[in-house]
Design a protein around this ligand. Structure first.
Ligand code: MCA
Ligand code: AMP
Length: 498
């Protein structure tokens, strides 16, 4: 049996699947080339049998063909973030014990030290030349593992979220039908491709529907509007920070140019926002500038999307809408009993969309499900007049900045390794542009007073972890605020930055 995404692609062989690298690629090319790349990955073997294949590949045709090739070879795809420093990449490679690494050539230098020290097979994606060899690829059951995405949580190191082909199909199909994706859609992908938002909502849905996806290499407001102005794109998806930045850019343009862009954007079929709370002010400004009412939805790496405002019907500002078809939701109290309607509770979720496990972390996996198999999100919500509203999280140690989920504990652990730092506490403080801004209260080692240098610590930390995890403000304190038990009170740390 063919994997479901291939069954879909075969319905649209002659349509354009992707615009990237200055050209158009049809579904037929995607099918052929990914099949042949799968053969190269297999290297004479019959089936990767869920071996992990990491790939650090630029957004575009190469990315999608790599993903599809890994799946067709029977592997588990592990996308690496193209802007992460070596220690973050090495963590994922070690954790997944990936023994095949697929790369865009430009990422070879950053990974060279890792490659030198590990028996890992490297495939440079651009140098692969499609031949027309006859292929004999394995049969893949959809219950097999397909993808591992890393997510930060309340533990200090990110965990690998494992989903199967079946999970991915459920995550995609509920969106394709609810948001009425069709083969005449054309979406632009501006999101990073190591997270669900870009992989499932943009690539997964567009490729499933036989639509077209145009890639740009990285976020740039001017490039996005240039593409919009061409008049071909009709679907757009982004995080609140991106809409904030697009609004700021539009506001710098002369009125005439703004009017032209508004006329173009009014023709869009759909604009979606999610990954973090969409401020009502951003939704309103965007509507004034684009004529579009953003559709806000709620999701999670472990779930794909779970709750969404309706495609047709009221898109209520400040609310995430209703559970998507196939996704069961309950709001529960601390003992996992359902709360009364109108009371706040933790969101717990069941459905085919829900991931299977945290990679090689059986205890964390057991802990995150209730006894009867509901996934505990850690997000608190309330139902008001029929719609869900997200009220916050049950952990202050999780920060959402720029749409990225970031563990305060992970940053603290790295900061504590810095020479002059004795102790620290990292928190997220409210910020219009970034949702939350990462800040750190620092206790300097007594003998090293005066030696703490913000720039030095900033330059140092980005060599250890992704730059979006870097604290944006530091405050030197004599002591961290603690409770009677000696535990740092994060809400009091936040107040220090007010
Ligand atoms: C970057 N900068 C920041 C931050 N990030 N400042 C404060 N807080 C931050 N978090 C600063 C940089 O230091 C730099 O400043 C300037 O912004 C530009 O940096 P750059 O890295 O180029 O940023 P960017 O390209 O403008 O990135 C902003 C972004 C990006 C496009 C919003 O953060 C992004 O792509 N976010 C989306 C993440 C995402 O896809 N999340 C979905 C996962 P200077 O110039 O002064 O040095 S969540 C998910 O998948 C679930 C399922 C869901 O619900 O969707
Ligand atoms: P991630 O693990 O990166 O997938 O992030 C998932 C988290 O993002 C959720 O647990 C929520 O805390 C948050 N999130 C996603 N969408 C929304 C939204 N529309 N409103 C508020 N929070 C959101």
């Amino acid at each position: 049996m063919m994997l479901p995404f291939l069954v879909q692609a075969n319905n649209y062989k002659n349509s354009t699947a992707i615009y990237s690298d200055g050209r158009a690629f049809t579904y037929q090319e995607l099918i052929n080339q990914s099949e042949q790349l799968a053969n190269i990955i297999l290297n004479g073997g019959k089936d990767l049998n869920e071996a992990r294949v990491a790939f650090m590949v630029n957004p575009g045709f190469d990315y999608v063909q790599s993903l599809w090739a890994i799946w067709q070879a029977g592997g588990v795809a592990v996308p690496l973030c193209i802007t992460h420093p070596l220690p973050s990449l090495a963590y994922v490679l070690d954790d997944t014990t990936a023994d095949i690494l697929m790369l865009s050539a430009e990422y070879l230098p950053i990974l060279e030290p890792y490659i030198q020290e590990h028996a890992i097979r490297v495939i440079i994606v651009e140098s692969f030349n499609a031949t027309n060899t006859i292929t004999n690829l394995p049969e893949i059951n959809t219950s097999r593992k397909a993808l591992i995405l890393y997510t930060s949580g309340t533990t200090n190191k990110p965990k690998g979220v494992v989903t199967t082909h079946e999970n991915i199909e459920a995550q995609i199909t509920t969106l394709v039908s609810s948001w009425e994706w069709s083969s005449s859609d054309h979406v632009i992908c501006v999101l990073p491709l190591h997270h669900v938002h870009g992989i499932i909502n943009v690539i997964g849905c567009s490729m499933w529907a036989g639509a077209t996806c145009t890639f740009i290499s990285h976020f740039s407001a001017s490039s996005i509007f240039e593409l919009f102005a061409e008049g071909r794109i009709n679907v757009f998806m982004a995080v609140p920070t991106i809409y904030f930045k697009l609004i700021a850019f539009l506001e710098t343009l002369p009125q005439e140019k703004r009017d032209q862009l508004k006329a173009v954007m009014q023709q869009f079929r759909l604009m979606v926002c999610g990954s973090a709370a969409l401020p009502v002010s951003v939704m309103e400004k965007w509507e004034a500038l684009s004529g579009q009412i953003l559709l806000e939805r709620y999701g999670m790496t472990e779930l794909g999307m779970a709750i969404s405002n309706p495609y047709t019907g009221e898109r209520r500002p400040g609310y995430v809408g209703l559970p998507l078809p196939g996704v069961s939701i309950k709001l529960v109290n601390e003992t996992y009993e359902e709360v009364n309607l109108g009371e706040p509770g933790e969101i717990i979720v069941k459905g085919k969309n829900v991931f299977v496990e945290y990679w090689q972390k059986p205890e964390a996996t057991t802990e995150t499900f209730t006894k009867d198999g509901w996934f505990k999100t850690g997000d608190i919500a309330i139902v008001e007049n029929g719609y869900y509203r997200i009220m916050g999280r049950n952990s202050v140690d999780i920060i959402k900045s720029g749409g990225y989920k970031i563990s305060a504990l992970e940053i603290e652990e790295v900061l504590r390794e810095f020479d002059a730092i004795d102790d620290c506490a990292v928190v997220g403080i409210k910020d219009d542009e970034w949702g939350e801004l990462i800040v750190a209260a620092i206790v300097v080692i007594p003998e090293k007073q005066g030696l703490f240098d913000e720039k030095e610590v900033s330059d140092w930390i980005v060599q250890k972890m992704a730059s979006y995890k870097k604290p944006r403000k530091y405050l030197i304190v004599n002591d961290l605020p603690r409770n009677a038990m000696g535990k740092v009170v994060k809400n009091d740390v936040k107040k220090l930055f007010e």
